[in-house]
Design a protein around this ligand. Structure first.
Ligand code: ATP
Length: 300
């Protein structure tokens, strides 16, 4: 498969996870945050959504969540329109830490139970199946011991895992994660990545916005590069290249070329891009990706 730089012709959505065609979003103040954006992610994939601050990542998430209406274009989720996918509880959102009021007095298990609300009646009385789903989701993110804690009493990494558990309890097939690794230590990041890989292997679709470029080749099989529109998308090896990153980030990224011989001379073909604490190492303009067998062997 090849990476797409221009929008491909509209394709049938059968088998497709998320398909966005010509999406344009204009806010009430007249700002067009997203113009003619197109990409497709198949089911059973983890896709990174990468771009500078203000490039439209949150806007795209909100459009897929049905919070914003498109001025033009079309979004299909698992072959369905956004309202239909939402009605079926197929899309879950794991928010950025800043979007949550951590002073709100709510227990961990109540946050996870919110993932079940869509399937409950008006009075939201949990049934045995709801309680079992919450228990299973908490166990899966290794947070069962914290179920009776106030959400505000948790660390940043623990909070992320609770919101991931909410998405699991919802039994969503598409999970949008907004900066899941911000304020998270490397061990928790590895736990989250291991869980995302499991979810991918179950055929779910994850779209992960991240500034953590170094981790992208490690766990994302797809990349969507965004800057007011989709600049490029496709398999990581073909899309997450130096040339595309330069288009997406321009001079914003810190870029080093390693081992330039003293006094000049030809530099070695290694480069380091960094937008975060975890740098991306490029060799001959391409990100090194781990072989799937290696990645699988690393799973805890
Ligand atoms: N509610 C809003 N009303 C008007 N303009 C908005 C609104 N929300 C975002 N914008 C504008 O839309 C553009 C895209 O913003 P968006 O939040 O989608 O970027 P982002 O890629 O998520 O940024 P970050 O990496 O900083 O989270 C920006 O120019 C922003 O100022």
């Amino acid at each position: 498969m090849t990476a797409h730089v221009v929008a491909p012709a509209q394709s049938p959505d059968a088998g497709s996870g998320v398909a966005v065609h010509g999406a344009t979003v204009t806010y009430r103040n007249g700002v067009t945050a997203l113009r003619d954006a197109s990409f497709e992610i198949p089911t059973g994939a983890i896709a990174a959504l990468v771009g500078v601050n203000g490039s439209g990542k949150s806007t795209l998430f909100k459009a897929i969540m049905g919070f914003l209406t498109l001025a033009a274009g079309d979004i299909r989720v698992l072959g369905m329109s956004v309202p239909e996918a939402l009605r079926k509880n197929l899309v879950a959102y794991v928010p950025q830490a800043e979007e949550v009021d951590w002073n709100f007095p709510v227990l961990v298990e109540d946050v996870v139970m919110m993932g079940r609300y869509g399937g409950m009646g008006f009075l939201r009385i949990p049934r045995a199946a709801d309680r079992a789903a919450v228990e299973a989701a908490l166990a899966r993110v290794d947070m069962s011991a914290f179920r009776k804690r106030q959400i505000g009493e948790l660390s940043g990494g623990q909070r992320k895992r609770v919101f991931l558990a909410r998405a699991l309890a919802q039994e969503s097939r598409v999970i949008l994660l907004d900066e899941p690794f911000t304020g998270v230590d490397v061990k928790t990041e590895d736990q989250i990545i291991a869980l995302l890989r499991e979810l991918r292997d179950e055929g779910r679709v994850m779209l992960v916005s991240t500034h953590n470029l170094g981790s992208v080749p490690e766990f994302c099989d797809r990349v969507v590069l965004i800057k007011g529109t989709v600049l490029a998308y496709g398999p990581t090896e073909e899309t997450f290249t130096q040339a595309n990153l330069e288009r997406a980030f321009g001079g914003v990224l810190r870029h080093f070329v390693l081992n330039q011989p003293p006094g000049g001379g030809a530099p070695t073909p290694f480069g380091v891009f960094t937008d975060d604490e975890r740098p991306l190492i490029l060799h001959q303009g391409r990100a090194a990706t781990r072989a799937p067998e290696t990645a699988a062997a690393d799973r805890p």
